[in-house]
Design a protein around this ligand. Sequence first.
Ligand code: ADP
Length: 310
Amino acid sequence: MIVTVTLNPSVDISYQLKQFHMDTVNRVENVRKTAGGKGLNVTRVLAQLGSAVLSTGFLGGSLGEEIISQLDAANIPHAFTTTKANTRNCIAILCEGMQTEILEKGESVQEKEMKLFLENFHKLIKETDVVTLSGSLPKGVPDDFYSQLIKIAHGDNVKTVLDTSGASLKAVFATKNYPTVLKPNHEEIADLLGVEETREIPKLKTYLSNSLFDEIPIILLSLGAKGAMVKHEGRFYQVIIPKIEVKNPVGSGDSTVAGIADALAKGEDIETLAKKANVLGMLNAQEEITGKVNLANYETLYQQLEWKEV
Ligand code: ADP
């Protein structure tokens, strides 16, 4: 089984507007509300793949209940810790090809709720092969929380996939509780190392050769339309992908994480893992809805990927 952790979920609202006017009323006809947060996108993709998945994290208030009913409707098992803090809304205003986002910071999670979550997590991982840890941390949760979860999971021989940024990513290196797979994108790796952003393979190779990464078994550095780069057992590989028609790349990285987790759970080799991760990222980018993948196109795309050592 795969456990997906979403500590800072949201109900994402997208407003599609023909024109966006400031300082007056904007009326919206086209509204979409979905359970959001990176871990929930991972969950949805895993469910479509037919992987046994269980979703956990923090939820609270009426929006928390809305997320639970969406998971129930999709037959996805869940075990969230209820918080006094209300689950937040995140708003995206889509207008003239531009996307303006309004992200609520959310309310604080309390100490006793974190304790409850950890007790539950200890129990959950007993029947688990892989845990995915995705996204930002809610207010009140310490920066090293993912690091704590990685330590607990590895203590039970459960593999971990980490996709986060900023302080919670830095804390993993400070505490040396490294995940089995790290899934940064090119911006996150540059921010972590304090270096210039690049998608050039030779430069990225230098970045990933930093001794900071020596203890991480697999790094899959996703590069959007340029595919991905992989570091595994001290060797570097590139996944070269074909040009595709993109509808909405939001959530492609989450779809990638779902592919990594599925491959890890099945004990697949590194090439299969990397290709699966990329195909799922691409399938997500080809859809309007975040976290949706049309698996009928899986095989055709898979055959078009190139895997080479760099
Ligand atoms: P993140 O959302 O974490 O920044 P990426 O944008 O790197 O992640 O996307 C993850 C994967 O999804 C990429 O490695 C690639 O396989 C696929 N992907 C994302 N954007 C595109 C795109 N514009 N064209 C083709 N594939 C894409």
